[in-house]
Design a protein around this ligand. Structure first.
Ligand code: NLE
Ligand code: FE2
Length: 287
């Protein structure tokens, strides 16, 4: 019992934040300053301006370092500049990261079918390329959008979870609920923004694959509203041109939590659990 007490949790204690995924080490880079050559005469470089400038340059670069999934895809040779990768190769990569897989689809799917596949961590993907006349923006998904927009994001555990959650919520939902879920998907997974260090950053795949719209989204031109699934779900969206309005999340984690809160408000006479061992959805009826 005394041993057990070591692990007893005080529900009121503030638990210090700690990283739960390797990517969160981006947040573990606070430096303690001990010997500062600019001011500390004990530092051998004190007074050496060239040394101090070079040291600062390298430190500034290191502080900007982020684990980026796109960089991993490039480093591992999954995405290269000289050829289009096979879905099989992308899938090997995604399977290791989050279990997501891409499967080819032959055009625009109904929202119901598209969302249902997300419940299984399957992403239906187009395989043709956008027309060369407009490389910075395509009104419809294409291979560039899927590979450079979605794939790095599906390698992120929280985005993968958020996508699957939307998928699970869609199973057996009414037409009206599907419409809302497709709209939330649109505004967060396709065109979502989030704040990082006071700056707007894109998390949506539709922005990451469209340089032109990305610049527009982070400028003062469009309207920005706080991401709130209940409000976002009923917002009209633009699918042929740049969005006039974007929703901004505090963080991907916060967006996921809000989405789960929203899920509780959606009535459905049963709930579902995904069983990854059998790759099936188990339906739990309310009794
Ligand atoms: N506008 C995006 C692009 O150019 O990559 C595609 C959006 C698909 C919803
Ligand atoms: Fe997309």
């Amino acid at each position: 019992l005394t041993n057990f007490a070591l692990y007893k949790r005080d529900p009121h204690a503030d638990i210090p934040w700690f990283p739960r995924h390797i990517s969160e080490l981006d947040k573990c880079s606070n430096c303690v300053t001990k010997y500062e050559p600019t001011t500390d005469p004990r530092h051998p470089g004190n007074g050496d301006d060239v040394y101090i400038a070079r040291r600062k340059f390298l430190n500034d670069q290191a502080s900007q370092y982020k684990q980026r999934n796109l960089q991993f895809l490039l480093d591992e040779g999954v995405i290269t500049t000289d050829r289009i990768p096979q879905l099989r190769r992308i899938n090997e990569y995604l399977q290791k990261k989050t279990g997501f897989i891409l499967r080819p689809c032959s055009g625009l799917l109904s929202a119901r079918d598209f969302l249902a596949s997300l419940a299984f961590r399957v992403f239906q993907t187009t395989t043709y390329l956008r027309h060369g006349a407009s490389p910075h923006h395509s009104p419809e998904p294409d291979l560039i959008h899927e590979l450079l927009g979605h794939v790095p994001m599906f390698a992120d555990p929280l985005i993968a979870q958020m996508s699957q959650d939307i998928g699970l919520m869609s199973l057996g939902a009414t037409d009206e609920q599907i419409e809302k879920l497709a709209t939330v998907y649109w505004f967060i997974i396709e065109f979502g923004l989030c704040r990082e260090d006071g700056k707007l950053k894109a998390i949506g795949a539709g922005l990451l694959s469209a340089y032109g719209e990305l610049m527009h989204a982070c400028s003062d031109v469009p309207e920005h509203k706080e991401f709130d699934p209940a409000i976002t779900a009923v917002q009209k969206y633009e699918d042929s041109d740049y969005q006039p309005l974007y929703f901004v999340a505090n963080s991907i984690q916060d967006a996921l939590m809000k989405l789960r809160q929203f899920a509780l408000s959606m009535e459905r006479p049963f709930s579902v659990v995904y069983n990854p061992f059998t790759q099936s959805v188990e339906v739990i009826e309310q009794t």
